[in-house]
Ligand binder design. Structure first.
Ligand SMILES: Nc1ncnc2c1ncn2[C@@H]1O[C@H](COP(=O)(O)OP(=O)(O)OP(=O)(O)O)[C@@H](O)[C@H]1O
Ligand SMILES: [Mg+2]
Length: 256
């Protein structure tokens, strides 16, 4: 490993019954970098993220954090080690308010009495959402009443402001309008400039990948098949890589 490697996955395999989602995945994440992870639908990207976040236990392989082999026992164990995640399938609690969701499992406690400090949570929530630039009718609203993009904004804000060392973002822009998406990308750029957090960003939009990522990995057939600095590749090259397989299959495997 290099001196600044915060995360390394080695030979990770994960199956669900007869489905092999991850066959043999190895990747690394350096301190302060943003790594783009791309691949077809069903390639195993979310499964890989959920393995790094302590949700799935890998069938084979190992994870190293700061060079030390680590077995993640649960999501909260991973969180305690500084790994925070924006899940593709968001994981907000529908019948709690916006601000309660923002501080789920990390409620601000006012000492010496351990009760929730509602006012502090509300203030912080307002500030975080204003920082991201996403408008929400009221932070007292139950999240069940929000739009997909507003929910996504809360999930992003929650992860981003958690002091994570490693931030895993599984398609954080998927439900976002163009303006809000640009704001999230700006936020990622800002975190990157601060240099304290290392990020894996899953995105289907390669333009987004090129906007903020230092490096890109492609997940195909349960393996990382491609690893380049974004400066050494292009949207065209990645598109060609992803589409050529389909073209070959359609041509009956006769093309090179
Ligand atoms: N909990 C599960 N139980 C059974 N099969 C699963 C489970 N989670 C994922 N899979 C399967 O594993 C494979 C990889 O799924 P995964 O969600 O990791 O793909 P993905 O790359 O994130 O796709 P997308 O781009 O559509 O989000 C798929 O075939 C999926 O059906
Ligand atoms: Mg996914």
């Amino acid at each position: 490993m290099t001196e600044h490697e915060v995360l390394r996955a080695e030979n990770i395999a994960k199956g669900f019954g007869s489905v092999t989602a991850l066959r043999d995945v190895s990747l690394r994440l350096e301190k302060g970098e943003v790594l783009g992870l791309i691949g077809d639908n069903g390639a195993g990207k979310s499964t890989l993220i959920k393995t790094i976040t302590g949700f799935h236990r890998p069938d084979e392989g190992r994870l190293l954090l700061d060079g030390e082999e680590t077995v993640l026992k649960s999501v909260s164990h991973a969180q305690s080690l500084g790994i925070q995640t924006v899940y593709q399938d968001l994981a907000l609690v529908d019948d709690l308010s916006v601000y309660h969701n923002m501080f789920l499992n990390a409620e601000i406690v006012r000492k010496p009495f351990p009760f929730l400090n509602g006012r502090a949570m509300k203030e912080k929530t307002r500030q975080y959402l204003a920082d991201i630039g996403v408008k929400i009718p009221s932070i007292d609203t139950e999240v069940a009443m929000l739009s997909g993009g507003q929910r996504q904004a809360i999930a992003v804000a929650r992860a981003v402001y958690s002091d994570a060392k490693i931030l895993l973002m599984d398609e954080p822009l998927a439900a976002m309008g163009a303006k809000e998406g640009a704001m999230i990308l700006d936020l990622v750029q800002r975190l990157k400039d601060e240099g304290n957090v290392s990020i894996i960003l899953i995105a289907h939009n390669y333009a987004h990948v090129f906007e903020v990522c230092d490096r890109v990995n492609v997940l195909q057939h349960g393996r990382i098949t491609y690893d380049k600095n974004t400066g050494d590749t292009s949207v065209e090259e990645l598109t060609e890589l992803m589409v050529s397989e389909y073209r070959k299959a359609r041509a009956g495997g006769e093309e090179e």
